[in-house]
Design a protein around this ligand. Structure first.
Ligand SMILES: C[S@@+](CC[C@H](N)C(=O)[O-])C[C@H]1O[C@@H](n2cnc3c(N)ncnc32)[C@H](O)[C@@H]1O
Length: 326
């Protein structure tokens, strides 16, 4: 509890830093694994838990969708949500996935319930209550773009207030009734926070040539895009791998197919140490990520041009260009 409050204080402090200082502290934290979404414990603690206490590992964070589609259409969405047709996750599949993860680890420190836009899901209150039942002690946040918050029914607010699941609202440069949102959260006693201003998005170019060194891509991705995500009974290292089929199908880029080695099946239950090893090492799909060409751009709405995600031009180091059947 004290640790959570301390972490919240540090995050709030970091969020108030000017952008260059904020970016600097992010890169220092990445360097020392303090921003890892898989494990932030010192190696000695990890060893002691495993070898002496014989306890299952602790997972720092994972995320799970309630919907795949979204109503905001952000340019270069890293979950490809603006390319998805309406897709609502069903409650029983969600329960199976959540229980599978809960059974693997001695603790999960943080979970994001998101999407797509999770507030589009008509059964959202049931998801909130189920998440808390399965993870009674985990810090859980529902991440929203904020556009639907003032239209949510009372049962939604009661579910948040009664479970202690926090609503985190992204601060995109769009018009939102901020005062009304804050007063609704306060009226129901729900935990609520705004994110730092999301006026910049990043492009981590996907190169269909797949010729990048997976280990090098992974090393510069740690704590950046590398963010465990569960989908349909599989655990993926990031949203790119979990939802690459959306990009592939939308633009007809067959090269971007994932393989069995890009995710880990949750049924039958894998060995938890193998899962940690999987999440802390590159997968073959990392070869599509051109981390060196990562850029930032001003947030704006998408025109759904493939180059919001795909490297321009799709060219390998050896000069062989790749034909994209768009
Ligand atoms: C895919 S969104 C889904 C949740 C919800 N619809 C929202 O907008 O908050 C999850 C998070 O990823 C962030 N995100 C998506 N694409 C991004 C990008 N290209 N660069 C930086 N952040 C991105 C969003 O800002 C949001 O915080």
């Amino acid at each position: 509890m004290l640790r959570q409050k301390w972490n919240r204080f540090l995050r709030a402090l970091a969020d108030r830093l000017p952008r260059p200082l904020y970016d600097l502290q992010r890169s220092v934290r990445r360097r020392f694994r303090a921003a890892s979404m898989v494990s932030r414990d010192p190696r000695i603690v990890v060893w002691f838990r495993r070898a002496v206490l014989h306890r299952a590992p602790v997972l720092q964070h994972f995320e799970i969708h309630l919907t795949d589609h979204c109503n905001l259409n952000c340019k270069g969405c890293s979950h490809f949500s603006n390319l998805c047709s309406p897709a609502f996750v069903d409650l029983s599949g969600f329960e199976t996935d959540m229980r599978a993860i809960a059974g693997l680890f001695s603790q999960v420190r943080h979970i994001y319930l998101l999407g797509g836009e999770p507030l589009l899901h008509p059964e959202i209150s049931a998801f909130i209550r189920l998440a808390r039942e399965i993870f009674p002690d985990t810090r859980i946040q529902l991440l929203t773009n904020g556009t639907l918050v003032t239209r949510m029914p009372e049962e939604f607010w009661l579910a948040l207030a009664e479970t202690g699941i926090g609503l985190q609202c992204d601060s995109y440069p769009i018009e939102l009734p901020r005062a009304e949102i804050e007063s609704l959260a306060a009226r129901y006693g729900a935990l609520f926070e705004w994110t730092r201003l999301r006026d910049q998005f990043r492009k981590t170019p996907i190169d269909p040539a797949g010729c990048h060194d997976p280990a090098a891509s992974f090393a510069s991705c740690q704590g950046f895009c590398n963010c465990p995500i569960v989908r349909n009974g599989q655990l993926y290292p990031c949203a790119y791998t979990a939802y690459s089929h959306v990009l592939r199908d939308h633009f007809g880029i067959e090269e971007l197919a994932t393989t069995d080695a890009d995710s880990i099946a949750l049924d039958p239950a894998p060995n938890p140490e193998d899962v940690m090893h999987f999440l802390q090492n590159p997968v073959p799909w990392c070869g599509f990520c051109d981390m060196e060409s990562r850029t930032f751009y001003a947030w704006e709405r998408s025109s759904k041009d493939m180059h919001e995600w795909i490297k321009e031009p799709a060219l390998c180091a050896d000069g062989i260009s790749v034909l994209i059947n768009a």
